[in-house]
Design a protein around this ligand. Sequence first.
Ligand SMILES: [Zn+2]
Length: 182
Amino acid sequence: MPHPAIFLDKDGTLIEDIPYNVDPDRITFTQGAIAALKLLSDYPLIVISNQSGVARGYFPESALIPVMQKIHSMLNEIGVELCDFYYCPHLAHCNCRKPKPGMLHQAALDHDIDLSQSWFFGVILKDVAAGRAAGCRSILIDNGNETEWQLQSDRLPHHIVSNLHEAAQIILAIRQPSLQRL
Ligand SMILES: [Zn+2]
């Protein structure tokens, strides 16, 4: 049976945003992330990240391996398993760079995910647009990353919060009524 998942943008959503950083030692969780991830740990948690630093020549694609390993191990340390990690190394002419939904479609195929029951958490409206294009609901964490605020209907968040913990609380509040009916 296809099941819901939580998709997370990486930079600014899951970890503090240091542009084009690939040094594992500089990776830290965002505010509220640890509590949020513990609350959501029974969902498959999947990172969806644009990594155009590869296409721009800022770092080789292989530099992303220690980044992914570090994030996996940071999550392991708090008892949370990361289901998978997808990144787009391109800058243009692909189907995966957000706001395109290609990474979400691939994740759905790989992990038997029901996108209509899934959520995308991000910090810019391109994240929201990718989630919406894949049929997911979306939560925008408004922490200052989005500056243009072009709120067309295909980029409109279902909820706007100030950190990942608040996003997790929304998911649990929405889920609760159905649990009570059991
Ligand atoms: Zn791509």
